[in-house]
Ligand binder design. Structure first.
Ligand code: ADP
Ligand code: AMP
Length: 225
């Protein structure tokens, strides 16, 4: 199962991606999470990415494509004893691709690894809901769990329910950066809808406005069970 989750920031790609990854028992490849981890560790890639992320802009394609290739080759290699990457169970792509050159590069990479794309899901959420969700997002840097002070508050304020870590607000969830990220989404990422509609895997739209479990059910129904 190779599945792309498309949608604006705050649509719930990370939330649904984690549920789908566990449902289908495949890894979730979330470029945003990988980049934040690189920034946190201060790696050369993290140093290159940070200023773009802080500004709500896309990190340059060569950085992203190098990162995705590395992760995908790793998964393809580790899932097959024979070294034949065609045996790979696939992945849930969350936040990647973000523009047409990335989508073209993903096509090539999948072909090279003897894999194919199975579905593209667009998680649709109105802008006012996105803004409210992003203003309430609180993430745990220790275990990756994402809470929301409006919709899914932790039992103890500021403390991760899963691991007890200290929850943080993402710097790029500040209102002015959110505005920039939404503009970047409309300009660079939304054209992917037409790109995939003209491909063998047209976009399947799912209403992402509603409780997490209901949205998950809609996605699974769209995927045919
Ligand atoms: P994305 O990865 O698309 O940016 P997230 O999955 O991080 O979005 O979700 C953004 C915020 O909204 C998080 O705080 C998350 O807990 C919350 N959230 C996700 N899905 C829903 C939903 N269906 N209803 C309410 N809040 C949600
Ligand atoms: P996300 O966690 O998906 O909201 O991404 C956070 C930030 O990471 C984005 O605003 C970008 O700066 C950067 N980023 C994540 N994925 C990509 C990508 N595929 N291409 C370019 N930049 C990305």
């Amino acid at each position: 199962m190779n599945l792309i989750l498309l949608g604006p920031p705050g649509a719930g790609k990370g939330t649904q991606g984690a549920l789908l990854a566990s449902h289908f028992d495949v890894p979730r490849i979330a470029t945003g999470d990988l980049l934040r981890e690189a920034v946190r560790r201060g790696t050369p890639m993290g140093q290159k990415a940070q200023s773009y992320m802080d500004a709500g802009e896309l990190v340059p394609d060569p950085v992203i494509l190098g990162l995705v290739r590395e992760v995908l080759e790793d998964h393809a290699g580790s899932s097959s004893g024979s070294g034949d990457s065609g045996d790979s169970p696939g992945a849930i792509f969350d936040g990647f691709p973000r523009n047409i050159p990335q989508a073209e590069a993903l096509d090539e990479l999948l072909e090279e690894l003897n894999m194919s794309l199975d579905a593209v899901i667009l998680v649709d959420v109105p802008d006012d809901v996105l803004v409210k969700r992003l203003s309430g997002r609180r993430s745990c840097p220790e275990c990756g769990k994402v809470h929301n002070i409006h919709y899914d508050p932790p039992s103890e304020e500021g403390v991760c329910d899963r691991c007890g870590g200290t929850l943080v607000e993402r710097a790029d969830d500040a209102p002015e950066t959110v505005r920039k990220r939404l503009t970047v989404y409309r300009q660079s990422t939304e054209p992917l809808i037409e790109f995939y509609d003209d491909s063998p895997t047209p976009v399947r739209r799912v209403d992402g406005d509603g409780p997490v479990k209901i949205v998950q059910k809609r996605i699974l129904e769209e995927l045919g069970g």
